[in-house]
Design a protein around this ligand. Structure first.
Ligand code: NDP
Length: 335
């Protein structure tokens, strides 16, 4: 690898849906590899909805991106040169040093991937942070039980498709809500989801859920928010749980909306509504990988991914998350 690498920086804080002009490419020369360091060439970059929150100058559970500085995020790369005792040239590594073509590191925050479990880019999706999110959200936050009726919004995305399949592995009845017929078909044909709703073709989400689950929902895994969450509350059984994983429909809002119109439904149905952030649950990583390996072997876990080719298309891939262009995990392939 040439020592010159490209990186993406944020030029200004986007208002509403970001545009390509909010980003710029900068060429940086990597330093030589000093003792105890590795040089990594990135192969796949992750783009994730949470990155939108980091583009705001607001206090949150993760620090905002700095302007005129390399953006970061999940990435899988190959070690090209190493003087670090734990890494050898050729190793595949996971890092948080995405949005750039390569980097030199002292090894902190790098982990070696086991390519026998799955292809490298899947460690950014089903076998990575989004998969762990589904796992801890269902088991640790929601207390998933066998045979429950589970509603998943954003069901054909990176987190959603793992959520659906874990719930199916637990013999649940799963209803998946997604934004196209193609996504709905994938969920039925590959994730073995019992019923699906294409919300874009459905004038009344609440009625559509009611028709599929006349006795109500035990557990909602909410990835979208807004009218999806309102419909989930309205269709919940008494004492049901609603896990708030994400609210992607609101991440580009420029003004505060009216809020949940049916908070009363939480009261009258005695619902438990609980938010969570995956980073509080990283200790579950070994259990997650063990169970995922088992489900994959048993034919109960598969994945889809949307691969965008070319480093220069990273912002485009990120923006496409908000247009629903991805089936499964959205990743950028660099070579
Ligand atoms: P996805 O792979 O699901 O990609 C985003 C998807 O969201 C799109 O494909 C689109 O699917 C849907 N979407 C986008 N805009 C809207 C909208 N306005 N209304 C309805 N659907 C929309 O992303 P992830 O799986 O990575 O993330 C899913 C959710 O989980 C996000 O809310 C994210 O913030 C959250 N998350 C939370 C974590 C936590 O720790 N709590 C960790 C990781 C993710 P469609 O075509 O179906 O509309």
């Amino acid at each position: 690898m040439t020592r010159n690498v490209r990186e993406f920086q944020l030029v200004r804080r986007p208002v509403g849906l970001p545009t390509p002009d909010d980003f710029r490419v900068v060429i940086r020369e990597l330093p030589p590899v000093a003792p105890g360091q590795v040089r990594v060439r990135n192969l796949f970059l992750s783009v994730d909805p949470y990155m939108r929150g980091r583009m705001l100058d607001a206090r949150s559970y993760v620090a905002p991106y700095q302007l005129d500085t390399a953006l970061d995020g999940g990435a899988v790369g190959r070690v090209e040169e190493s003087t670090h005792p734990d890494f050898s040239a050729g190793d595949l590594v996971l890092s948080m040093l995405g949005w750039r073509e390569g980097f030199v590191s002292d090894g902190k925050g790098l982990s070696r991937l086991d390519p026998s479990i799955g292809p490298p880019q899947v460690f950014l999706g089903t076998l990575g942070m989004p998969g762990l999110t589904a796992y801890v959200g269902l088991f640790d936050v929601a207390g998933l039980g066998r045979g429950e009726t589970v509603l998943v919004s954003g069901a054909a995305g990176a987190v959603g498709m793992v959520t659906c399949q874990i719930a199916k592995a637990m013999e649940c009845r799963v209803i998946g809500v997604a934004g196209s017929d193609e996504k709905a078909a994938w969920l039925r044909d590959h994730a073995r989801v019992d019923a699906t709703i294409n919300y874009r073709a459905e004038p009344n989400l609440r009625k559509a859920i009611d028709a599929l689950a006349p006795d109500g929902i035990d557990l909602t895994f909410e990835n979208v928010g807004g009218d999806h969450l309102e419909a989930a509350i309205a269709c919940s059984k008494t004492f049901a749980r609603v896990v708030i994983c994400g609210l992607i429909s609101q991440y580009n809002d420029t003004a505060r909306g009216p809020g949940l119109l049916n908070v009363r439904g939480i009261l009258t149905r005695r619902l438990t509504v609980r938010g969570f952030i995956v980073r509080d649950h990283v200790k579950r990583q070994p259990d997650f990988l063990r169970d995922m390996a088992g489900w994959i072997k048993a034919g109960k876990m598969t994945w889809a991914e949307t691969i965008v080719d070319g480093f220069e298309r990273t912002p485009e891939a990120f923006l496409d998350l908000f247009r629903g262009a991805n089936l499964g995990k959205m990743v950028v392939r660099l070579e």
